[in-house]
Design a protein around this ligand. Sequence first.
Ligand code: AKG
Length: 354
Amino acid sequence: MATDFKSIPLIVAFHGADISPLLANWDDPNMAEDKGVAEVVRQLDQACREAGFFYVISLTISSASFSIRQCIVIKQKGHGIPDSLVKEVRSVTRKFFDLPYEEKTKIKLSAATGYRGYQRVGENITKGIPDMHEAIDCYREVKQGMYGAFSNPLEGCNEWPTNPPNFRHLMEVYISLCTDLSRKIMRGIALALGGSVDELEGKRAGDPFWVFRIIGYPGVSCGHDMANSDIGCGAHTDYGLLTLVNQDDDITALQVRNLSGEWISAVPIPGTFVCNIGDMLKILSNGLYESTLHRVINKSPKYRVCVAYFYEPNFNAAIEPLDVCIENSGGTKKFEAAVYGKHLVSKILTNFVD
Ligand SMILES: O=C(O)CCC(=O)C(=O)O
């Protein structure tokens, strides 16, 4: 259950002041015994219990401009996602959304494309209300008949634009690095929950699905004819395990709801990802961790870009509370098993205007 947090925690594990112990030891079955890893795990646990949101940093501490006391730092040494790539991903995104509508809609999302591709402003809806954003939605490939009938709506390959020319390659490299980083963070979270280091692998998330949203939010001065609402993305929780948000450095728009119902801004911290946990991790943790409600309101006159990577369980995994989490939360199982792919498809089928 989330608390009345007033800011999003930034993880600072003082063993070299970063999460490099976790990244360096991720494939060591005894990594829990490393002091640096233990400190990162402690901070991940606290952040997931208190807020369900935290920042991880991909820069060296000296180049980051924020107060260390506010945050959780995951500094990456070697295995990380270069800051230049993180920025380039936002830059090509901006170039794509700058194109004329006729160009963008060449890769239009529809039921026939497996809900993959471009959607114009107002086409995505949250709880029935149009969102003031445009986006390209991508999913890990689902081949015909791969998981049975329930996955039919998502069958297909992604719709990539040919303009900007390097778009697809860049995004695919980025997705692969996000998958790698998320897997390592999830090993820390598995330990934080009191499980074994590979608790969230194998039949649960050993073959992780992913969702990828490339999003643009018009600024308030854009005069967009659909801008009859200021809600860029309505209040929602994420569906899977862990989200990595790569947001513009100079616009504060993402807000997270605390226990009292106050909206707390996830103020951009250059060189960081905002991370948050999703519905499947809430179930696995038997509610010890919250998939916290969040929304986006771009009050800036500037166009805002965000690229969100979602690390998910195996598509057909039946996700239910871990025994250790049932024990640690009073002994009662609070959630029935949910098949991740069914949860995802049910959400996608209600996310778009007809
Ligand atoms: O734009 C953002 O900062 C977050 C987007 C988001 O919450 C989502 O796509 O689920």
